[in-house]
Design a protein around this ligand. Structure first.
Ligand SMILES: *Cc1c(COP(=O)(O)O)cnc(C)c1O
Length: 394
């Protein structure tokens, strides 16, 4: 594909990583199922064993199916490299591990995805890498927490479950003054709604499982970076045997092609639900970056170009029976982990057990919603009927 530096993201989403005329005119890249990749001669075999070999050597190291997906993701981010791995969590772990050794220190935002917290404090610690969690909404405190051995400042925005939006350029600037690498989990906004590299991030991790795949049927992750970090990340992921299967790569790439239109609809439905929930008497708070009441809303407005379909709200305190009646009777909202698919989801959560540098003191139940692609009036009516069930038990 001919593309200049100015090609816009929606166009890249449609065209990057595809070369139909290299493939009989077939629109989507073919799926290569491969472990063994044969070499025709001793010369070719030996060449493929050289460290700088860029071709295809073994299934784990990727096939043309892998590369076409990786090329598309890197292009959308305006980055030099992207590597497809087996899940979002695998991307997080490999990205961090690519940067640290025993004796190093990592700083992590306190509202981070819970498995990231557990990886840092429960796993990295066993290998002599210490982690400190910090309040992402107080960038002025970061400088004092950085140590000579701090290698990584790890960010996620908005915060998991609670949706505060931190000042990424400010945090990245402080990290860089001390020579630390900035890794960011950009699963919520994706490349479409947050230009991570343009705001000081060095390495992006994204759960492809969510919006890129978009259909709740694939586990995959991506680590995206500039050239300076690319080799270290690839080496680390490969040492962990961290790769993706061909059919998942195919589905993820197919999902990617429609991400822009899906996300626009997820965004519109979520915003409409969030605004409507704010008017409901049953609600204590709505946590959505595009609402002025959300901590970091001004930063979201300054740095992000959209909001996706995921947000939370807090109910005024109700009995467990009333909460169960609300949730169990919902017709269109599925209850389960993950998000980013075409369907709506709802999930109760309790951030209080997952914070150490900040606290979560809301007395009511937090519920996280993923707004799917249904008609928003049906989504509202479903919640409204749920509020009536709460009212009947109050
Ligand atoms: C789901 C999620 C992940 C992990 O992705 P998996 O593919 O489920 O491992 C990472 N970060 C965020 C913000 C997520 O929501």
């Amino acid at each position: 594909m001919k593309r200049g530096a100015k090609t816009r993201k929606k166009t890249l989403i449609t065209h990057a990583g595809r070369d139909p005329h290299a493939n009989h005119g077939v629109v989507n890249p073919p799926v290569f199922h491969a472990s063994t990749i044969l070499k025709p001669s001793l010369d070719a075999l030996e060449a493929s064993r050289k460290a700088d070999f860029k071709g295809y050597r073994y299934g784990r190291r990727g096939t043309p199916t892998t590369r076409s997906f990786e090329e598309a993701v890197a292009a959308i981010y305006g980055a030099d490299d992207s590597i497809a791995v087996s899940s979002g969590l695998a991307a997080i772990c490999s990205a961090i591990l690519s940067q640290v050794s025993a004796g190093d220190h990592v700083l992590i935002t306190d509202n981070v995805y819970l498995p990231t917290r557990k990886f840092a404090s429960g796993f990295l610690q066993r290998f002599g890498v210490e982690s400190t969690f910090f309040d992402p909404m107080r960038p002025e405190e970061l400088d004092a927490l950085i140590r000579p051995e701090t290698r990584v400042v790890y960010l996620e925005a908005p915060g998991t479950m609670t949706f505060e939006v931190c000042d990424i350029p400010a945090l990245a600037k402080i990290a860089h003054e001390h020579g630390a690498t900035v890794i960011m989990d950009n699963t919520w906004a994706t490349a479409l709604y947050f230009d991570a590299f343009g705001h000081g991030v060095d390495i992006v991790v994204e759960a492809v499982t969510k919006y890129i795949c978009g259909h709740s049927d694939v586990m995959m992750g991506a680590i995206v970076s500039k050239e300076a970090h690319a080799d270290a990340i690839r080496d680390c992921a490969m040492m962990q045997g961290n790769c993706s299967g061909p059919d998942d790569l195919y589905l993820a790439q197919r999902g990617l092609r429609t991400m822009a239109v899906r996300l626009a609809e997820n965004q519109a439905n979520a915003l409409e639900l969030a605004k409507w929930l704010e008017t409901r008497p049953e609600i204590a708070r709505v946590l959505h970056p595009a609402l002025p009441s959300c901590p970091g809303h001004d930063i979201w407005k300054r740095d992000f170009t959209g909001a996706s379909g995921l947000f939370s709200f807090v109910l005024k305190p109700v009995s467990r029976a009333a909460l169960a009646a609300f949730l169990d009777g919902l017709e269109y909202y599925g209850m389960g982990a993950s998000w980013g698919g075409y369907e709506s989801l709802i999930l109760p959560g309790d951030p209080s057990g997952a914070r150490s540098a900040t606290s979560w003191d809301e007395p009511g139940q937090l519920l996280r919603i993923h707004a799917g692609l249904e008609d928003v009036e049906d989504l509202k009516a479903d919640l409204e009927a749920g509020f009536e069930r709460i009212g009947a038990l109050a």
